[in-house]
Design a protein around this ligand. Structure first.
Ligand code: PMT
Length: 222
């Protein structure tokens, strides 16, 4: 990182899970620890970028020097990203955003009076897809967490969400993906793919940040 090759760039990065309230004491969420997104924020900072990190609830410290915006729900993350991404050169969506939220959040703790209960869910806004719809969209990088048909689903998300790149991880393999210290990624553009082999998330992030910048420079003829 001797070279501050991102010195004139502003990266907005999402990380961690979101929590979707059921009632005042319960929520729906997932196993994201924030480690991957925070490692990307760290690597981008070390390379000289200005970094805004929009994070769901996690138990790790934000890298020194980033602007940390803490959120809980997908709707809050959506609002904060759209409020902060307009000046960004690059947007990286590493957060594991809940696809659905509870339709009617109970005001009081739900009592266990019945043998069965149903919770009705409604779709959350798609943050990375909405960023990619902006007129002046930043270079937009999504993630794909898949348990099967990784390339097929990742390429589908790349096209459908109109992304510049997508970083896919196979989250069915033990020792990588959600909550582990290590990860392996495959980075897809519309025309090619590059493997980032299994390593500590800090090392994976350093390679990913450098690759994103290479595609960014190519797209912007720099
Ligand atoms: O946090 P860690 O424990 O380190 O784990 C890292 C990770 C596995 C969470 C990370 O590497 C990862 O894969 N993040 C994306 C997880 C995910 O939700 O993937 P997805 O395939 O469901 O979503 C596709 C893309 O759309 C993602 O960029 C996601 O951020 C984005 N999305 C999804 C739904 C939504 N409502 N808004 C979004 O922006």
């Amino acid at each position: 990182f001797a070279e501050k090759y991102l010195h004139n760039q502003h990266w907005v990065i999402t990380a961690g899970p979101t929590r979707e309230a059921i009632d005042p004491v319960r929520y729906i969420s997932n196993h994201s620890s924030g480690k991957m997104g925070y490692a990307i924020a760290h690597a981008a900072l070390r390379a000289g970028a200005q970094v805004t990190l929009v994070s769901g609830p996690v138990n790790i410290a934000a890298p020194v020097g980033c602007r940390l915006i803490q959120v809980t729900s997908a709707e809050q993350m959506h609002q904060q990203v759209l409020a902060n991404v307009k000046q960004a050169t690059t947007f990286v969506a590493c957060a594991a955003v809940a696809d659905y939220r509870v339709a009617n959040i109970a005001d009081e703790k739900i009592k266990k009076d019945n043998e069965q209960m149903q919770i009705s869910l409604i779709k959350n806004p798609d943050i990375v897809a909405d960023v990619a719809k902006l007129a002046n969209k930043p270079f937009t990088v999504g993630f794909a967490a898949e348990t099967q048909n990784v390339e097929h689903y990742a390429r589908g998300k790349l096209m459908r969400k109109n992304l510049d790149l997508i970083a896919a991880n196979d989250v069915a393999i033990a020792g990588q993906g959600f909550n582990s210290d290590d990860n392996a990624l495959t980075l897809y553009s519309t025309i090619d793919k590059i493997d980032i082999p299994l390593a500590n998330k800090q090392i994976v992030a350093k390679q990913l940040v450098s690759l994103i910048n290479q595609y960014y420079l190519a797209k912007n003829n720099k």
